[in-house]
Design a protein around this ligand. Structure first.
Ligand SMILES: Cc1cc2nc3c(=O)[nH]c(=O)nc-3n(C[C@H](O)[C@H](O)[C@H](O)COP(=O)(O)OP(=O)(O)OC[C@H]3O[C@@H](n4cnc5c(N)ncnc54)[C@H](O)[C@@H]3O)c2cc1C
Length: 489
């Protein structure tokens, strides 16, 4: 039998939304002795960036009655369940989806009890068709939620160890009995536990794992916009302990102008459904895919170098500044937002000449981008023909977004597909117990949030907005409740 440096009832690996939710529940509801290990100097992970939380039949939805849009309604749990099944092409795990639709509403009540107010309940982006009205936007967004949940954990008696990454699981006689961690001084510590809950935020920050598991052969060309700690530690230690996986390669990507923030107006301009040209100097898609940041980033991720060029003219610049964006970029650039900084940002970036270029002819512009001038000029001429005809014979883009590229100066912005987080993860059951390759739960081991698979098919579903954050909190809580029940017999 192992000897331990310290012993707890529950050890939680990772201090994001899922980990904190698990730790809080185990300590507050179960009265258990809980350690939360966080690899970074601060807890929070990607959860501090989340703008909203998805939930079904929440008290906030019930109190509001119906969304502002006269034709819309808040979805029932049954509608949510069906949507997840349909979107994933039936590749999700019904037990996990059931857990999601039945438990996300409670998260909203818990946050309200901790002092969070919800400023909006509805959809995420007005330009995505068929979105369900599940998005709950808290005052102060994810950063504030993580702050109050951290305090709640501390108040409930959770012992939090930052700069303390979990390294491996300790397994004896088929059950997980603890964790090996590296403490803040770099010393190895062996921590005993009756239950270990893995909530380490997936592997989005580990390019080799993205390459290994995702369907993108050029994964190493992707950018990264998630937190540094999410490098697949939890998944790897569970796999080493015999765990199985579920749609492991599913990723959440987002587009941005190369090296620029999501809220930069130059990013907002590049993600509009303007003409997109790839590194082969070819138009390759209906650019209106931009209405879903996840889908459009998947499309660009599959192009050479995971980068393309958004090409537009001076008239489109005027349109984006005066009339506003045609599509949003998540909550960072909202639908119809006037991109008032665009001219200044374009001029500055064109001066630097690294990700934005400006020229009076298309050939000159293409040459600056390193593209084939003759091919790009031919593509632009063909595209302008579609605009004139009001019909896109190549990709059937909605005619509302056919803006010709005719008025100089012309601009090109390099648009890069970046990883936010991974969504494919460990195989779990509806209680968030990790399932092994023989299809049996591994006693003592749970996974939550981005480390728990089963909610997605091959892509993140933005049409149920707030899904990942809703799942993080609900799955952490459900894992902790099963651990409490098991420990207390
Ligand atoms: C920029 C951005 C915006 C987003 N916006 C939204 C949104 O609006 N709505 C939405 O639903 N989703 C959003 N997401 C997705 C978000 O990741 C999920 O919503 C969710 O919050 C993930 O929670 P988690 O607890 O699983 O992971 P995280 O919050 O990422 O937490 C994982 C934690 O584990 C730690 N860790 C890693 N390895 C170890 C180890 N070995 N030992 C100890 N600790 C470890 C990490 O440092 C991190 O703190 C966004 C993601 C990003 C990157």
């Amino acid at each position: 039998m192992s000897s331990f440096d310290a012993e707890y009832d529950v050890v939680v690996i990772g201090g994001g939304g899922a980990g904190k939710s698990a730790a809080y529940t185990a300590a507050k509801e179960g009265g258990l002795k809980v350690a939360l290990l966080e690899k970074e100097a601060e807890t929070g992970g990607s959860s501090v960036h989340a703008e909203g939380t998805g939930a079904f039949e929440s008290s906030e939805q019930k109190a509001r009655g119906k969304p502002d849009d006269s034709w819309a309604h808040y979805p029932t749990r049954a509608e949510g369940f069906q949507r997840y099944m349909d979107y994933s092409s039936k590749r999700c795990n019904p037990a996990v989806v059931r857990m999601q639709v039945n438990n996300t509403a409670e998260t909203i009540d818990i946050y309200k009890s901790l002092g969070i107010t919800y400023t909006y309940v509805g959809i995420y982006a007005y330009d995505q068709p068929a979105e369900l009205y599940t998005f709950h936007r808290p005052e102060g967004l994810g950063a504030r939620c993580q702050e109050v949940l951290l305090k709640a954990c501390v108040d409930a008696g959770v012992e939090i160890f930052t700069s303390t990454p979990a390294v491996s699981l300790i397994k004896e006689d088929g059950r997980v009995v603890g964790v090996v961690a590296s403490d803040a001084d770099g010393q190895e510590v062996r921590i005993g536990a009756q239950a270990v809950i893995i909530a380490s935020g997936g592997f989005g920050g580990n390019p080799e794992m993205v390459l290994k598991y995702s369907r993108f052969p050029n994964a190493l060309d992707l950018g990264y916009n998630g937190p540094p700690g999410n490098t697949g530690d939890g998944a790897n230690m569970a796999i080493a302990a015999g765990a199985d996986t579920w749609e492991m390669g599913t990723m959440m990507f987002q587009l941005a102008a190369s090296g620029k923030t999501f809220s930069a107006h130059i990013s907002g301009a590049a993600v509009q459904p303007v003409l997109w040209i790839n590194k082969k100097s070819r138009r390759f898609w209906d650019e209106h895919v931009a209405m879903s940041f996840a889908d459009s980033a998947n499309v660009v991720a599959a192009q050479p170098g995971a980068k393309v060029y958004a090409i537009f003219d001076a008239a489109t610049v005027d349109h984006l500044i005066e009339d506003g964006s045609d599509v949003g970029l998540g909550d960072w650039i909202v639908f119809h937002q006037k991109l008032t900084n665009l001219r200044m940002e374009l001029e500055e970036a064109a001066q630097e000449g690294e990700m934005c270029w400006k020229a009076d002819t298309i050939e000159e512009l293409a040459a600056q981008c390193g593209l084939d001038p003759a091919k790009v000029a031919a593509e632009v001429a063909r595209y302008n023909g579609h605009c004139e005809a009001g019909s896109d014979a190549d990709f059937f883009k909605d005619p509302r977004f056919l803006r010709p590229v005719v008025t100089p100066p012309f601009f090109a912005i390099e648009l890069h597909s970046t990883v936010l987080v991974s969504c494919g993860a460990l195989k779990v059951n509806g209680d968030m117990q990790v399932i092994d390759t023989a299809d049996q739960p591994i006693p003592g081991l749970y996974a939550a949030g981005l480390d728990a698979g089963g909610l997605y098919g091959d892509s993140y579903n933005l049409d149920v907005p707030g899904t990942a954050n809703g799942f993080a909190h609900a799955s952490g809580r459900v894992a902790a409740r099963h651990a409490i029940a098991t420990i207390k017999g």
